[in-house]
Design a protein around this ligand. Structure first.
Ligand code: ZN
Length: 128
């Protein structure tokens, strides 16, 4: 079961609203399965507002650290928290669970990602 703290959800929501109409993106990186995840925002280097792009070197510098688990997240300023074609075709690693926050729908949706297949799944919120 995926677990995300209330504080991290709140921080992702607030950053998403603040960045509007830009998308935000980042990672929740867990030192161990009981810990509150470390929230790591990545620069969105995209030119447009309907997708995001991360710097591969910045991403790599995080992925090589020895985190127990990593979730990706990004925001959708417009539209529902459903992966876009750009998300499915994106170049970021394809095997990490991914959280999308929709600003206009005020909705978080968690996905298991396997290549271009994204399946909606549930997550537990813990109150920290
Ligand atoms: Zn997206």
């Amino acid at each position: 079961m995926y677990k995300i703290s209330m504080a991290n959800l709140r921080a992702i929501r607030n950053a998403s609203v603040k960045a509007f109409p830009r998308e935000i993106c980042g990672l929740i990186a867990y030192d161990n399965s009981d810990a509150i995840g470390n929230l790591i925002f990545l620069d969105n280097e995209s030119k447009g507002n309907s997708y995001f792009e991360v710097n591969p070197e910045e991403l790599y510098s995080i992925l090589i650290k020895n985190y127990k688990q990593i979730y990706f997240f990004h925001s959708h300023p417009y539209g529902p928290a459903v992966p876009s074609n750009a998300d499915r075709e994106g170049y970021y690693p394809y095997l990490y669970p991914h959280l999308i926050y929709s600003v206009s729908f005020e909705q978080f949706v968690m996905y298991e990602v396997d290549g271009k297949s994204w399946s909606e799944t549930s997550f537990e919120i813990f109150r920290k």
